[in-house]
Write a protein that binds this ligand. Structure first.
Ligand code: FAD
Length: 424
């Protein structure tokens, strides 16, 4: 009998899961749940911040002027290029359109329950090694009307850019200016003429600081990374991290003090799975999820997978390989290692990070290691590798970006074949 699989979320990760599940109807049946009224997840821009019309937290972190920080040529799912003659760095509307066309092309809408929120996932032991999952859900417009359905497996694809991480900064309570998290950042106009400190300079922090600088009087880009050796607009100044806040000022780590009006936090997000009951046995400590094999499969409940946990990666291609890896195991085509072996593999990966001086909260940050990780998944399960050209172009655009975070998006690229690209 086909295995019944619940997919939680119909963003890029959930759509990819639904696509590969629905391709093998003899092996799997799929129900995909999403609390939004449309597919695409975080690419659904909204002016709203805080709560939505159903009193639920707004999921999307998109801002109005966002252009992708990766060219569309590397963002695409394997074998499904962006059908657009637009430049390489596209606007968020183009990505949403792409995800909608992916859902339409693979005929996924019939499996997706929109406006439907998963409220609880409960593990129920069954005969032998077998385990069942009770997934409870409700319409977002009638949250007391809860239904429960039984599944053989669960794929958690709920994203991790919805619950902001607020750092503790001495003096924050006395600060009289405005504090905005990037999750709630929408338009630069509200910063017109203001002095802003933008804390955090990962990809979105850099992009948002540049967007804000079009309206702000002054932007301090405050971070603890190595100094960015890049061109910056005149009103953007790089500073060290923040030591403390005064009622109207910021004190940087070197003791320098500056008057500011707004603190903009580009400090990231928490992993958050409010629907997992205790019997799912998922722990989150210091932004590390355990016990996960390859940042993906629950070691104690291997019929549960989490797609999209790694950070600093090329998302869509990696979702695709993660989904295919998990489904190979679920269908029995590939046999997962024993639990002790999966645990020791996970621990080895974690200890290697610590020995390199990384803090525990970097447990799922892959960065340059993502390609080795993707290849390892593909080789273990004997599935197709991500084409080499994706890494090649990703690495190349990274080089152009670090040199000039303002203008790197003006460049265009074309894939020549699965190995090579051309800079236009
Ligand atoms: P999401 O898109 O967040 O989707 C999760 C879905 O789960 C949502 O639709 C949500 O409604 C649903 N959901 C959550 N909880 C429940 C529940 N209880 N019940 C039912 N449904 C639920 N990536 C790139 O490749 N290029 C870029 O340029 C780029 N720029 C980015 C800029 C910003 C500001 C952000 C936030 C992200 C960016 N990303 C970019 C990364 C982006 O997050 C990924 O590309 C990808 O879209 C994530 O997809 P996802 O499916 O994991 O999560």
């Amino acid at each position: 009998m086909a295995k019944r699989v619940a997919v939680i979320g119909a963003g890029a990760a959930g759509l990819c899961a639904a696509r590969h599940l629905s391709a093998s109807p003899d092996l799997f049946s799929v129900v995909c749940f999403d609390m939004s009224s449309t597919v695409g997840g975080t690419w659904n821009y909204t002016d709203l911040t805080g709560k939505d019309e159903h009193d639920l937290p707004v999921q999307s972190s998109m801002y109005k002027n966002l252009r992708t920080n990766l060219p569309k040529e590397v963002m695409a799912f394997p074998n499904f290029p962006f059908q657009t003659s637009k430049p390489s760095y596209i606007v968020h509307q183009d990505v949403l359109e792409y995800l909608e066309s992916y859902a339409a092309h693979y005929n996924l809408y019939k499996y997706i329950k929109l406006n439907t929120m998963v409220t609880n996932v409960h593990s129920r032991p069954c005969e032998g090694e077998r385990e069942l999952w009770d997934v409870s859900y409700c319409p977002v417009s009638a949250q007391d009307k809860i239904l429960t359905q039984e599944f053989d497996a669960v794929m958690v694809c709920n994203g991790h850019y919805a619950l902001p991480l607020y750092p503790t900064i001495p003096g924050m309570e006395e600060f009289k200016g405005q504090v905005v998290h990037s999750h709630d950042y929408r338009i630069p106009e509200i910063f017109r003429g203001k002095r802003v400190v933008c804390l955090g300079a990962a990809a979105s922090g850099q992009d948002i600081a540049i967007d804000v600088s079009s309206e702000a009087k002054l932007v301090y880009l405050s971070h603890n990374k190595a100094r960015l050796e890049t061109y910056l607009p005149e009103n953007v100044k790089q500073k060290l991290g923040i030591q403390a806040l005064g009622p109207h000022s910021v004190i940087f780590l070197n003791g320098e003090e500056a008057e500011i009006d707004i603190l903009l936090l580009c400090t990231g997000y928490h992993y958050h799975f409010p629907f997992l009951s205790e019997d799912c046995q998922v722990q989150i400590s210091d932004e590390r999820l355990t016990p996960l094999y390859k940042h993906l499969i629950h070691i104690d409940h291997p019929t549960m997978a989490f797609i999209g946990i790694p950070k600093t990666i090329c998302p869509f291609p990696q979702f695709d390989v993660q989904v295919r890896f998990f489904l190979s195991g679920l269908s029995g085509r590939f046999r997962l290692p024993s639990k002790p072996d999966m645990l020791s593999d996970t621990e080895r990966d974690f200890q290697r990070r610590l020995s390199e001086g990384l803090p525990p909260r970097y447990a799922h940050v892959l960065g340059p290691r993502q390609w080795e990780y993707n290849d390892e998944l593909a080789q273990l399960a004997d599935i197709e590798l991500i084409p080499r050209v994706v890494q090649k172009l990703y690495d190349y655009v990274h080089e152009t970006r670090v040199k000039d975070i303002v203008h790197y998006k003006n460049r265009n690229y074309k894939l020549v074949n699965s190995e090579d690209f051309q800079a236009l």
